[in-house]
Design a protein. Sequence first.
Length: 70
Amino acid sequence: MGIGVSVFLLAIGAILTFAVEVEASGFNINTVGVILMIAGAIGLLLTMLVFGRRDTVGADTVVTRERDVI
């Protein structure tokens, strides 16, 4: 899950939790919104942990390889 999907889930969850006031039988729309916000936050956290420091890994390492010339 990327950053865009995570932010989308957070936004949809916040809308369902705070802005929508619909009575539905069988499930609570506010609970669905909270679950979506939690899923989006976890996805955003994992995305930042995995891809956040990608550019600095090995930035100061120089790889030199000699090539045999025939």
